[in-house]
Design a protein around this ligand. Sequence first.
Ligand SMILES: O=CC(=O)O
Length: 329
Amino acid sequence: MMEGEELPGLLVNEVGGMHGILHDHVEFLKKHFCLITMKEFLESEKNLRKKVQAIYLWWHKPVIDKDLLQSLPNLKVIANSGVGMDHLDLKLIASFGVKMANAPRAVSSSTADTGMALLLASARRLVEGYHVAISPGMEYCEADFLGVEVTGATLGIIGMGSIGYKIALRAKAFEMKILYHNRTRRKEQEEQAVGAIYCEKLDDLLCQADFVMVVVSLTPQTHKLIGKREMELMKPTATLVNISRGAVVDQEALVIALRTGVIRAAALDVTYPEPLPRDHPLLKLKNVIITPHLGIKTDKATRMITEEAVENILAALTGLPMPSEVLPS
Ligand SMILES: O=CC(=O)O
């Protein structure tokens, strides 16, 4: 950028709030872009609209639809603050000649950590234990308040992309036996490095695993991938952990499976909708842990996401290859 040259306009939903970029990232973004919030954009004259060359989505916002795309004649690229792109109509965006990027490098470690945290918390009943510890007048802990052992248990990972693989690395340290199911098999050295065994058939993984971790992206092929039949294939002592998207699991079937002991427990960072309505049956079951989509939410990961977004946007605006371009399939 030459001195005096105008910075390209970057549209963001808002600063702060649930769907706004983090206050701490503003200065960094302003080094490269002229930041425009949706509020400013909606109140603006056409001039400001013409300035927008990029959009940085935070937590799925702003919503990208035909109207918005039509109103941005100079839009070149949209960067997403995460890896899942299921909230975007990639074909529609591409039809406007707009490029897209996600942030796979930034999110994989923090999301894998979230998966392991949920697995451990569910296995050892940490949330129930916390409630025991803070209940007034409660005897400390009943002798039969027992969890299940993680060390040596079998973990089935569904989706062995970079997040799935990082979960395998963590599980290895817990001496877990690791099975995985993925569209494509990993290289032999990669499997050996974590001691992972490939299950070509999902059913083979489901019936052997003590913990099933769902890490696939949500696509028409993975929608309700884990339904009644799949839960019935799981061991009654097994735990389902979902860190991908709520809709990969059939939630109605899950409620029944958890109520009737088809499976032992579930730990969910994702649901549909998010958040669940306060009277949702999943919120009433003792054998469920639910977290509010915390997957990527660490200080370091969010900073890296913004850095990855900037890298992608600048590449797109200068005609260079984008490190994490996403193409419509
Ligand atoms: O949900 C988190 C992500 O898509 O990375």
